[in-house]
Design a protein around this ligand. Sequence first.
Ligand SMILES: Nc1ncnc2c1ncn2[C@@H]1O[C@H](CCC(=O)c2cccc(C(=O)O)c2)[C@@H](O)[C@H]1O
Ligand SMILES: [Zn+2]
Length: 355
Amino acid sequence: MTDHLDAATAGQGRDLHAFIAGLPKAELHVHHVGSASPRIVSELAARHPDSKVPTDPEALADYFTFTDFAHFIELYLSVVDLVRTPEDVRLLTYEVGRELARQQVRYAELTVTPFSSTRRGIDERAFMDAIEDARKAAESEFGTVLRWCFDIPGEAGLESAEETVRLATDDRLRPEGLVSFGLGGPEIGVPRPQFKPYFDRAIAAGLHSVPHAGETTGPETVWDALDELRAERIGHGTSSARDPELLRHLAERRIPLEVCPTSNIATRAVATLDEHPLKEFTRAGVLVTINSDDPPMFGTDLNNEYAVAARLLELDERGLADLAKNAVEASFMDPSGKARLAAEIDTYTTSWLAS
Ligand SMILES: Nc1ncnc2c1ncn2[C@@H]1O[C@H](CCC(=O)c2cccc(C(=O)O)c2)[C@@H](O)[C@H]1O
Ligand SMILES: [Zn+2]
């Protein structure tokens, strides 16, 4: 973990960190390639010496220092470029499952961008088999349930939207673990309404709508995501804090925000953690979930994001357990899975507080 993150949660008791480390959790906003560990990234970089990505895991923290959101996407794509074979995809996914399990994440919805892989020449059938194979292995070996969100990389244009919705809705390709449909990448210059027909098709095929919105643009983008893309949850939604009517709407309709505090600082979407609107969201009664986005790229992990949230929201163990249960409620798990994980969180918390 980098120094600024240690500083971000300094002063919290060791006990709170230990509580978070053991707390059963769900994660709803975490990117597939963005979760590649320094070890995997450097291994892939060594396999592909034409890449500018460092082969030394220690050098990656410097490499992943971003001047702004566009710079983040540029470096993100340099890692996407390293994933070239179905075996790269399988290994990456399996290792992401291992890392989530280490953090006691029982259930995760992983955002996958199949277009980025198919356009780089990975066969679509082999891609689906690779992620599904890793999903099943992660569940049986680590006990972590993975589900997929296929996202459109918006800046790659409508061609990428067409390809993503085709891959998500073709019965011969659509993976069993797919639950939702998203939209990522830069928002500036990429208006959300143009993606409406693609979201309509995905929703008609039974997928949930979970676009990124309001990460780097204003609240009008969140309104567009709600009105045009029929968003059921919002990725980030940071700028919603600037629009009291939008906050009221999100709270009343119980539309959750997938908040990723450290990501927002690392991409410079928010200047400092103290200026992060997380507290304004909870004060307005919005259902917030805590997520890590692209953890190794931002020098964080989900446990650290819970520690950051505990500081910003002044939470004790019970407050943290409630936050973990928000993610269960906002997830696309079936009702029995939700009830089981919520009960596990309660049992863990009660026994922690009794000891
Ligand atoms: N914090 C984030 N906020 C938003 N998105 C984030 C975040 N973190 C990770 N992503 C991912 O970045 C991708 C962006 C990829 C992209 O723009 C692009 C453009 C042109 C060509 C290609 C290509 O592949 O050839 C890709 C998104 O699909 C999304 O999954
Ligand atoms: Zn994201």
